[in-house]
Design a protein around this ligand. Structure first.
Ligand code: PLP
Length: 451
């Protein structure tokens, strides 16, 4: 047995070995409390997860009830009421054309399964040459190797490049940096969407399987929404060339932007759509793929077996938690609150930071809002990454009892900083005001110290 001479401070291999995080010992509403009784206002929902806060009674009761019946039954042997009812609930409220839900345990697993399902679809319909995947620069689809391969964030990919599968990347829809002076939203949307057509033709129209995109980009770009018409053109191009459209709503989905699915605001649907994070509100780890009828039919009428699977897929307690989460959101009309408080948050951020010398853009939808930080508002020059501005803001906010989600690599995966806000859907106007106040104090702490 391993007998260390002196007991280390922790046996956990934490994300960073530079500092051990405080212990979360209790959750109440939108607050988390640590072992010293310090409270943290969760203005980021962790990473856009905890949409019902940390103590929802309905979700906890549903989980208890499920555990009392059966906590887990392997999906290779059984279905469960929880899994069946959750799938029905999700498909009933899904974007047009979706027929089934395939369960997994998180966002990366959802991306992996969607990529494999797209590939298998083409085998089922007799188009085995279709194997390439196109995605966008400045995107994140998960940290497992397949998901990392399609993601376009260089910082996350860099050291694992030799292990990644080939994927092509086109420009993101990023008006703050790419739209030309005088160019209309419609013209800009068309210009960047048409990069997909160019990439398809370069790879060979009959060899592309799928295009993957987040309708509103989260972790890599800070709530970056598309211009109107962009996704309509993307859908047209996919249809024209027989390419599947995979929408990654792991972060922006399940109500975060004010509609249950972010893509509803673009007036199209995908062929596959991944969801996770807000699906189970963090009470249990769960993700899913919404599967369109054409893909479901192709597999059902072909081999009849999706060549994939995970031990915990469709976990009964996770499904029960997700079902209770989704019912609670509807019963309490929380999407209306997302829209209402989202506008308040946007107004507060614009009022407090609209003229801030280091805030270049304030963007987002619903309770999914971001600030892009710049060293110079005129030139839009980013901060030198070595200054680690985003990490300093996270630390200053945390010290003041605020969880915000600052990230670097906003522009090309290396340069640029942003801050993402994704508070629980249950926030009040007072909570929103407190978020803005605390964040302003944190920004002052950092920029006063930085000079
Ligand atoms: N896709 C998107 C858009 C995400 O934001 C994330 C996580 O942040 C993932 C996929 C991966 O999800 P997970 O961390 O649950 O594997």
């Amino acid at each position: 047995m391993n007998q260390p001479h002196s007991k280390p401070e922790t046996y956990v291999l934490h994300r960073s070995s530079l500092a051990i995080p405080p212990r979360a010992v209790r959750g109440e509403g939108i607050y988390i409390f640590d072992q010293n009784g310090k409270s943290y206002l969760d203005a980021s929902g962790g990473a856009a997860v905890s949409c019902l806060g940390h103590s929802d009674p309905a979700v906890r009761a549903a989980m208890h009830a499920q555990i009392d019946q059966i906590a887990y039954a392997h999906s290779g042997f059984f279905s469960t009421d929880a899994m069946e009812e959750l799938a029905e609930d999700l498909v009933t409220h899904a974007p047009e054309g979706m027929a089934k839900a395939y369960f997994v345990s998180g966002g990366s697993e959802a991306t992996e399964a969607a990529l494999k399902m797209a590939r298998q679809y083409f085998l089922e319909i007799g188009q085995p040459d279709r194997k390439y995947v196109i995605a966008r620069r400045q995107s994140y689809h998960g940290n497992t190797l397949g998901a990392l391969s399609v993601g376009g964030n260089m910082w996350r990919r860099k050291q694992f490049e030799p292990l990644l599968i080939t994927a092509s990347h086109i420009a993101p829809c990023y008006p703050y940096r790419d739209q030309m002076p005088g160019e209309s939203d419609a013209a800009y949307g068309l210009r960047v969407a048409n990069e997909l057509e160019t990439a398809i033709l370069e790879l060979g129209a009959d060899s592309v399987a799928a295009f993957v995109a987040e309708p509103v980009v989260g972790a890599t770009s800070g709530a970056l929404a598309p211009v109107p018409g962009y996704f309509k053109r993307i859908r047209e191009i996919c249809d024209q060339y027989g390419v599947l459209l995979i929408l990654d709503e792991v972060m922006c989905g399940m109500g975060r932007t004010g509609t249950l699915h972010a893509i509803e605001q673009e007036g199209i649907s995908g062929d596959l759509q991944t969801i996770a994070k807000g699906l189970g509100a963090g009470y249990q780890p769960i993700g899913a793929i919404l599967v369109s009828k054409k893909i479901d039919d192709a597999i059902a009428n072909g081999s009849g077996f999706f060549q994939h699977g995970h031990t915990y897929q469709g976990h009964a307690t996770a499904c029960a938690a997700a079902l209770a989460t989704q019912r609670t959101i509807r019963e309490r009309d929380l999407l209306a609150n997302v829209v209402r408080q989202g506008e308040l948050l946007a107004d507060g951020l614009r009022e407090r930071f609209g003229q801030h010398p280091f805030v270049g853009d304030i963007r987002g939808r619903g309770l999914f809002r971001g600030l892009e930080l710049v060293a110079d508002r005129e030139t839009k020059d980013p901060f030198d990454p070595a200054r680690k501005i985003n990490a300093k803001i996270k630390k200053a906010a945390f010290a003041r009892g605020l969880m915000a989600y600052p990230m670097g690599g906003t522009i090309d995966g290396v340069r640029g900083d942003h801050v993402l806000f994704a508070p629980p859907f249950i926030v009040t106007g007072d909570d929103v005001a407190r978020i803005v106040d605390l964040f302003e104090l944190a920004m002052n702490d950092v920029f006063t110290a930085e000079g």
